[in-house]
Design a protein around this ligand. Structure first.
Ligand code: BGC
Length: 810
């Protein structure tokens, strides 16, 4: 449940009137000086047009020893654990929401008393710093063992400075930007006393009906892994105990994004093969990047709910990956084991969750209510409780909470809306936009960037700005940040009288009169800019949709404005791809803007006027119709693929009857994964690979975790800017393996790089592939490289590019 973050900001503004100073001496000394300076220099690199390091590999290295894996923590953890009573141990495993409830509540309100008795280990949703400090003071000064509380919150895409939603951030294809944004989020959230964010959501999502697709990095596990690691690095920084670091929480472990029919909280069925190759890798990347915590999911996975699933929580996470941090349940997901039907009562639910590997109970209160009795009866060994307590204490020690438990109320505001943070939010918003259509209009020129001849624009639609709706702030701007809304930004450029406004219709409702007024407004302008789509509340948790078209009467509005004959630019705001085939056919310029955050206004205006050139690329396959869902590019080939998906035989006629297809819809997406337009054009030369033969044995020696050569294969292609503007291109590398023991995707992303090209410029783009690029989950249930015929593409998206072949010999 993440919506309260935005609402919390308003509370946040109130609390700074009261400022009892409580930050520890160490933090106070650091905060205004080195800490901020360091943070700012990090952010300072993210200026428009400046090169960002290419991202071709997903980090596999563990975090620095100052994180949760630091062996120096062991002695402290053990010594404290030995002084704890059973009740105090259980207290560390208990978390409640002491702010706005973000799910079915527990009904408890006696937190102060419980904290004093050591019965609570963590709180969430408290955003009032004096209250945070008040609770903390009770824990530190009144509880017998003085163990500090851990305060958590859903800080999903920034705290006060809002970045685009994670789907938008992923559309930048730039993990270094995501890392910087997460660092800003950590800076702002830690300033008010939040040291734990329930982010990143690293669930692979292949179905746009699922509302939470907006909270993740899309459908691909390679890109998702790169983003997962970047979030963790940004939140946690090089030292988890720095006052501006917050613990990351990779969620929702695991399979939540595969909810059947895209309906939130629904059942998932995922084969081990699919789990290992697609759903688990982003979590593994987060763990390898040092994530301090993970969250167990709501869904049942192959019949066993994820919050009681010992295969995923213990076998994979602890035994195979060596994860040493803590696992928190999702909101009341332990209590929900009863509704799932795998526990006949609450006590059994608590037992099953704990024994499976869930260390902390978020909000269901079942650990508090039942663990002591379960230990007394022998149903739960105390050793299991001890193990979970160790993990909680480890995170608290690693965060330095024992040394600096309090937030500095005097300095908290200094962290908000720093100029560098806002600049970064603008840069990321600009790079998150995906140009879907920009076809030449009647004058033979694309509509975008907007020509200097355009003097008057009509801004039409419900989503241009929406200051009265707090949720609308994700679309327009946060007043406190000082950023102008999109229409205000246009007015600043064109003059107030040249920006005509008409809402036309609401997001969900509208009238004939409203549409008529919008048409009249469009007729008075040189260009109409339509701002249509979903309000922020239409995606996210508990916001699944079965229709993915424009809601309400927006389609009618769009058609009416197009019928005026005026040139139209459509900005689509949404937390998912929308099925609007009519728009893609009739509107010459369409920009997917997602929900761009605080700097939406300037970022959109700069993009439309060509001061920056769109470089965002889709991180999901954009469907033509909802019936295609789940739709994803890296599907396994069927035995009867229409077209030439086989690659080794002649293409099968796409219209023949007995092939895998619909009678009434194409198989292909409206826009493929990886696609995104630009104001310039790029051309790709042939893909070259060296060497053209490798041995499976040699590759297996070099798999991560083993000694051996890491980079064994080089692939390159010349990429040219064939247009007249400078532009950035995200060059992608895909592979396909044929002849392996398990079927493999028709294409799988294995590398990507950003290349900045001046008009007419050509650069050689080189990828160095490691053996991991060719490892598969095989029919013996292990990762290995197998002999195969391999096709490699260096491409602008997941359906084009020139191919090269090589062979992996036995
Ligand atoms: C969501 C989690 C979130 C938690 C706390 C749950 O409903 O699924 O993603 O972290 O609430 O707000």
């Amino acid at each position: 449940m993440w919506l309260p973050v935005r609402r919390a900001r308003f509370l946040g503004t109130l609390i700074f009137a009261f400022r009892p100073a409580l930050w520890s001496r160490r933090a106070c000394a650091l905060l205004p000086l080195a800490l901020w300076a360091g943070s700012l220099s990090m952010l300072g690199q993210a200026v428009p047009g400046q090169a960002v390091a290419p991202a071709t590999t997903v980090t596999q290295t563990r975090s620095s020893p100052t994180g949760i894996a630091d062996p120096r923590l062991n002695a402290r953890v053990e010594s404290l654990l030995h002084s704890m009573t059973l009740d105090e141990k259980i207290g560390q495993l208990v978390q409640y929401s002491a702010g706005q409830a973000t799910g079915p509540g527990t009904g408890r309100t006696d937190y102060e008393d419980m904290i004093a008795k050591g019965q609570i280990g963590a709180l969430l949703n408290v955003v009032d710093t004096p209250l945070i400090n008040k609770y903390q003071r009770i824990a530190v000064e009144k509880s017998r063992l003085h163990i500090p509380l851990l305060f958590g919150l859903d800080v999903i895409h920034g705290y006060r400075t809002e970045f685009p939603i994670p789907l938008g951030m992923a559309s930048t294809w730039d993990p270094s930007l995501v890392e910087k944004a997460s660092h800003v989020a950590a800076l702002e959230a830690s300033a008010i006393g939040i040291r734990w964010t329930f982010s990143p959501m690293v669930d692979i999502a292949r179905d746009a009906r699922w509302g939470r697709i907006q909270e993740g990095a899309g459908e691909d596990s390679y890109l998702g892994s790169a983003m997962a690691a970047a979030y963790v690095r940004g939140y946690q920084g090089p030292h988890l105990d720095a006052p501006d670091s917050i613990a990351a929480c990779a969620k929702h472990f695991v399979g939540y994004g595969a909810a059947e029919a895209g309906r939130d909280y629904n059942t998932t069925e995922i084969s081990e093969h699919t789990l290992r190759e697609f759903y688990l890798p982003p979590f593994h990347a987060a763990v390898n990047a040092g994530a301090a915590t993970l969250m167990s999911a709501f869904n049942s996975l192959n019949g066993v709910p994820a919050s009681a699933n010992s295969f995923t929580l213990t076998q994979v996470l602890r035994k195979e990956w060596g994860f040493e941090g803590l696992v928190v349940s999702d909101w009341s997901s332990i209590g929900e084991l009863v509704a799932h039907g795998i526990a006949a009562d609450d006590a059994t639910a608590a037992r099953k969750a704990l024994l499976a590997g869930v260390d902390m109970d978020m909000a269901s209160s079942l650990y508090h209510d039942h663990l002591a009795q379960l230990v007394a009866s022998g149903a739960v060994p105390e050793a299991n409780i001890d193990e979970s307590v160790r993990r909680v204490l480890r995170v608290k020690f690693a965060l330095g909470l024992f040394e600096h438990p309090y937030a500095d109320e005097r300095h908290a505001q200094q962290a908000f809306f720093l100029p560098e943070s806002l600049q970064l939010a603008q840069t990321i918003a600009e790079r998150s936009f995906v140009l879907l259509n920009n076809t030449p209009g009647a004058a033979g020129k694309p509509l975008l960037p907007i020509s200097k001849d355009v003097k008057t624009v009509a801004v039409i639609g419900p989503l241009a700005d929406n200051p009265s709706d707090p949720e609308g702030l994700a679309v327009s701007s946060e007043p406190k940040s000082g950023a102008l809304s999109f229409p205000a930004e246009l007015a600043r450029r064109l003059g107030e009288s040249n920006v005509l406004r008409s809402t036309g219709v609401g997001v969900l409702k509208g009238s004939d009169e409203g549409i008529a007024a919008a048409v009249a407004t469009a007729k008075r302008a040189d260009l109409a800019i339509l701002t249509l789509g979903e309000s922020p509340a239409m995606s996210g948790e508990a916001a699944s949709r079965s229709n993915l078209g424009l809601p309400g009467r927006q389609q009618e509005l769009l058609e009416a404005v197009i019928n005026t004959g005026k040139p139209v630019v459509l900005i689509l705001f949404s937390g998912r791809p929308l099925t609007v085939p009519w728009a893609f056919e009739h509107v010459p310029a369409v920009l997917a803007a997602w929900l761009p955050g605080t700097e939406a206004g300037p970022a959109l205006a700069r993009t439309l006027f060509g001061e920056c050139n769109p470089s965002g690329k889709l991180v999901l396959s954009w469907p033509r119709s909802v019936g295609q869902e789940p739709l994803y590019y890296n599907a396994l080939s069927t035995g009867r693929p229409p077209g030439n998906a086989d690659l080794t035989r002649p293409a099968i006629d796409a219209n023949s009857k007995y092939v895998s297809r619909y009678l009434d819809e194409q198989n292909t997406p409206q826009f493929p994964f990886g696609y995104g337009g630009s104001y310039t054009t790029f051309a790709y030369g042939p893909t070259a690979i060296s060497p053209v033969q490798l041995s499976a044995g040699e590759l297996n020696q070099g798999l991560s975790g083993k000694a051996g050569t890491r980079e064994l294969l080089t692939a390159d292609a010349m990429v040219s800017n064939t247009g007249s503007r400078a532009g950035d291109e995200f060059v992608q590398l895909y592979v396909r393996l044929q002849g392996t023991s398990t079927a493999q995707p028709v294409r799988a992303l294995k590398g990507f790089q950003r290349v900045a090209l001046a008009p007419g410029e050509t650069k050689k783009v080189t990828f160095h592939l490691t053996p991991d690029s060719f490892a598969i989950w095989n029919d013996r249930n292990q990762f290995a490289v197998e002999p195969a015929k391999v096709t490699v593409w260096i491409a602008p998206d997941s359906v084009s590019g020139s191919e090269a072949k090589f062979e992996i010999l036995p």
